[in-house]
Design a protein around this ligand. Sequence first.
Ligand code: ZN
Length: 474
Amino acid sequence: MAKEQFVSQIAGIEEDFPQWYTDVVIKTKLVDYGPVKGTMVIRPYGYAIWENIQRELDARFKRAGVENSYFPLLIPMSFLTKEAEHVEGFAPEVAVVTHAGGAKLEEPLVVRPTSETIIGHMMGKWVESWRDLPLRLNQWCNVMRWEKTTRPFLRTSEFLWQEGHSVYATGEEAEAETQAMLRLYEEFAKNVLCMPVLVGRKTEKEKFAGAVATYGMEAMMHDGKSLQAGTTHYMGQNFAKAFGVQFTDKDGALKYGYTMSYGVSTRLIGALIMTHGDQRGLVLPPPVAPVQAVVVPIAQKKEGVLEACEKLCATLREAGVRVKLDDSENSPGWKFNEWEMKGVPVRIELGPRDIEAGKMLLFRRDTCEKCEAELGDADRVKELLGAISSNLYTVAKARMEERIVSADTLGELLDGVNGGNFVRTGWCGERACEDRVKEFAQATARVMDENGTQPVCVCCGKPAKHTVFFARAY
Ligand code: ZN
């Protein structure tokens, strides 16, 4: 009875995916709407996921030799206009501060939509000689991009992210770093989010404002739409020239540096919800789940039950498992539903009979299967968490691969995107053909497939220069 009530609170995942998403993020208390339209409040359960994402990524950046720093939220308006393409790309969505301290400011200030300009400015001051290079910085911060239509985690006016910025002496090194960071993101998506991605270069139309080349990773969501989950950008000397990032090289000549940047955001939380979630709610990958195992006592008023549960929690915590004891007054059935909806990877049920037999009952959220284990066997729980991670990735990868189809004509492409697929096509490289695909099929070029061999442009039929994955996207 309780279970039916609970499940009915979430809209049908197949029938109304947008409502399912909203129900899940609100009811599991990941997030709530802020008082200013388009803003979100990340609640403790959601923020704990972000902290786990942060910790995993931060460790990877540090291993790669990148250092953290922090730059100001406010950027002089004039900085934005120094790189022509950059200002054109970001001007429509920047929030501007015109008054402060009760007076009109001499120069308006922009709330950072991204920090290429201010970091470029500071790098211009700090870099003098080839000995100062490379300079590789990252910052964890918030950014603001005014959006008309917003959805929690996927598109909000303010969001949290990391932005890495490096300057190198040569274009080859900066370009190599752009590729290396894309690979770092891909590995992170696989091993931490259990999420397969397509990676590749973006088209000119889809690239970052001011970049020479943008690379992205795209993930396939449950409803057949693609989600851009991270990007890396090679800037060439565009920003170095705009901000005077110059150095004296070994040969004594004064040269401009080459810069690159890369970022992922709280959007990743939306990505993992829409990759792994099911009708019961969230399915969280163990590496980022705030609670990896929840212990639910059965007949908890009976003597010795709570004590045995507490002892089990202590053992698991000691072994490095993020564990929670639910000793609230709710019924076990209510608790099962609650924690299933919240996507906790493993539930452990422990009652008087189990304790007597020296057993515990394990339930895995991904397959909803149950198995028995020796009471207090932490290795078994860790092994199960590992099996869940690997299964989540395998299932998502199979689904993504099923959803890659090829097309040689616009009609086939339309059928492909209508079916919720990544559609692999040839493309002549002309902007007009890319625009036509968008108009005809409401699909955009997600990434280019460097190993692709599609022979002809899907639009004009001329020989293809590139193979492109088109899809409808978030
Ligand atoms: Zn064409």
